[in-house]
Design a protein around this ligand. Structure first.
Ligand code: CTP
Ligand SMILES: C[C@](O)(CO)[C@H](O)COP(=O)(O)O
Length: 219
């Protein structure tokens, strides 16, 4: 069975808006609804689990009523960090495959989801990445930096897709600051991460500029 954990428990501090960005409306619909729909359109039987901060459960229910949103999903409490939100949701995930996806990445295409879920059957742990197209420098000291070989780096996206058993084992660990995504947790557990080609349009809506970009992507 396919499962997806959509992490929507953040506060959106970098967006600087009172309402967290996952509830903001882009092209006539809240971002989180777009994200849920992308997985439902990919697989009508996928189990969708949303990690939401307790304070926003009621807000989400009223949004669903207001927009007549009926895609089936379950809600768990968000945690202190993204790692903790995933950990809470994992309790509900059944056997098979599980994707973890940022609520604020509403534009992952059907093709990308197909590729990630197909590759994971072979590689157990799959993430989408894109090339770095600017020059890249490493900050070495205050006012000091040096050029690095950009061909050795990739920008990491979600969905990050795993065999459920592997992800659950990997997440049975204390939180560490190096855990910025699910691949970092699985890698620390000792499993290799397989990379597939991501999409430039699969942006993470993080700042007000990204909201403008989202509107351009929709047009
Ligand atoms: N405690 C947290 C923190 C983040 N997230 C989710 O993880 C995803 C990626 O995080 P990010 O873009 O950093 O979102 P925020 O934490 O909300 O943003 P900021 O860091 O600007 O506050 C988002 O969908 C966010 O809702 C989560 O589920 N639980
Ligand atoms: C998971 C992620 O989107 C992969 O690029 C990213 O690590 C999330 O980082 P954030 O600081 O929590 O937005």
């Amino acid at each position: 069975m396919n499962n997806v954990i959509i992490v929507a428990g953040g506060k959106g501090l970098r967006m600087g808006n009172d309402l967290p960005k996952q509830f903001m409306v882009v092209g006539g619909k809240p971002v989180l609804m777009r994200t849920i729909e992308s997985f439902h359109n990919f697989d009508k039987s996928i189990r969708i689990i949303i990690a939401l901060a307790k304070d926003y459960r009621e807000h989400w229910s009223s949004l669903c009523k207001g927009y007549g949103f009926t895609v089936p999903h379950e809600v768990v409490d968000g945690g202190e960090t993204r790692f903790h939100s995933v950990k809470n949701a994992l309790d509900l995930v059944g056997d098979g495959l599980v994707a973890v996806h940022d609520a604020v990445r509403p534009f992952a295409s059907n093709e990308l989801l197909h590729m990630c879920f197909a590759s994971v059957k072979v590689h157990q742990a799959v993430i989408p990445v894109i090339d770095v197209t600017d020059s890249l420098r490493e900050i070495t000291d205050e006012n000091e930096s040096k050029i690095v070989d950009r061909s050795k780096f990739r920008l990491v996206q979600t969905p990050q897709v795993f065999e459920t058993k592997l992800l659950k084992q990997a997440y049975d660990v204390e939180f560490s600051d190096i855990f910025t995504d699910d691949a970092s947790v699985v890698e620390a557990f000792g499993h290799k991460i397989y990379l597939v080609e991501g999409e430039k349009t699969n942006i993470k809506i993080t700042t007000p500029f990204d909201l403008q970009l989202a509107k351009v992507i929709l047009n």
